[in-house]
Design a protein around this ligand. Structure first.
Ligand code: AMP
Ligand code: ZN
Ligand code: FE
Ligand code: FE
Length: 278
């Protein structure tokens, strides 16, 4: 099995890089891409471990970038199949981290101004380098301000909620260009979540360098998978796929299998490699 979408606890997953490798091996995954949100830290840890046990699993260098498409935030996957993202790309990723920290500082202040007892330090204790709204949500729940993480988003943290503060996210066209300039494959993640006319959006994204789409994803029904496969053919896009495994953060999702019937084609990675050479 192949799984090109997974998260460690260096972003919002619950497995350490070592645990993720172990779980993937146990699940029968032979090639795994770690695609943490806006960071390579988890991949870099796993690389060192996988490097010592090459026969263990084939590890692929990936990342999931949050980027703005008009007013919506979309996710873009970047894959560096020859093993490493170049330094220039890594430097850009570190800039994203700084903008997230700035947002978190303003978010904590905003929540405090709404009368909630919550600090940046508390959130960062949980999220470390990739502290995000889910960590704030968890704290609000534990302190009894809300009954669930979802309620925390509905009332305070979601895009139309009263505690929301904007983050300076990169434009998707910039993110695509950075990935492609770095020699990577730029794949539109879980297209089912995109709002608006997908045909029009794909047309524009392809024009700006998008070269792949995540056809296989745990959130896609069989019918949606087929529809996206069709769209990938129409737009000449490469096909990627993965479970979007987050460990306990998203219960029910298994590595390689998603909710059970992900059915990622076994030759998916070979196809991507061949396309890269051609
Ligand atoms: P951040 O990157 O810190 O802005 O947090 C984004 C994450 O928060 C997403 O990956 C989701 O897991 C979660 N999230 C964002 N909006 C919502 C929402 N309306 N309801 C539940 N979870 C959300
Ligand atoms: Zn995630
Ligand atoms: Fe995503
Ligand atoms: Fe993801």
């Amino acid at each position: 099995m192949v799984d090109l979408h997974s998260h460690t606890n260096e972003s919002d997953g619950t497995c350490s890089p070592a645990e993720l490798l172990y779980e993937a091996k146990r699940a029968g995954v032979r090639a795994l891409a770690i695609t943490d949100h806006d960071t390579f830290v988890g991949y870099d840890f796993a690389r060192r471990l996988a490097g010592e046990n090459v026969e263990l699993i084939e590890l692929i260098c990936g990342i999931e970038i949050s980027a703005k498409l008009d007013s919506q935030t979309v996710h873009l996957l970047g894959y560096f199949l020859d093993g490493e993202a170049p330094l220039s790309f890594r430097e850009w990723v570190l800039e994203l981290k700084a903008s997230r920290r700035d947002r978190n500082r303003r978010l904590a202040a905003r929540l405090q101004s709404l009368g909630l007892d919550i600090s940046l330090e508390e959130a960062e204790q949980r999220g470390r380098g990739m502290t995000g709204r889910p960590h704030f949500a968890q704290i609000l729940k534990e302190k009894g301000y809300v009954a669930s993480v979802q309620q925390a988003f509905d009332e305070y943290l979601g895009e139309s909620a009263k505690g929301y503060v904007d983050r300076d996210e990169p434009q998707i066209f910039d993110a695509i260009a950075r990935i492609r300039d770095g020699g990577g494959i730029a794949s539109l993640a879980h297209p089912v979540r995109i709002k608006g006319n997908i045909e029009t959006i794909l047309h524009e994204l392809c024009r700006r360098g998008l070269n792949a789409m995540e056809v296989y994803h745990s959130d896609h029904t069989a019918a949606q998978t087929n529809a996206f496969l069709n769209l990938s053919r129409i737009h000449g896009l490469l096909v990627t796929g993965g479970s979007d495994y987050h460990g306990a953060t998203k219960p029910g999702i298994e590595l390689g299998k998603g909710y059970g019937n992900l059915n990622i084609p076994p030759d998916l990675l070979e196809r991507l490699r061949t396309a890269g050479q051609g």
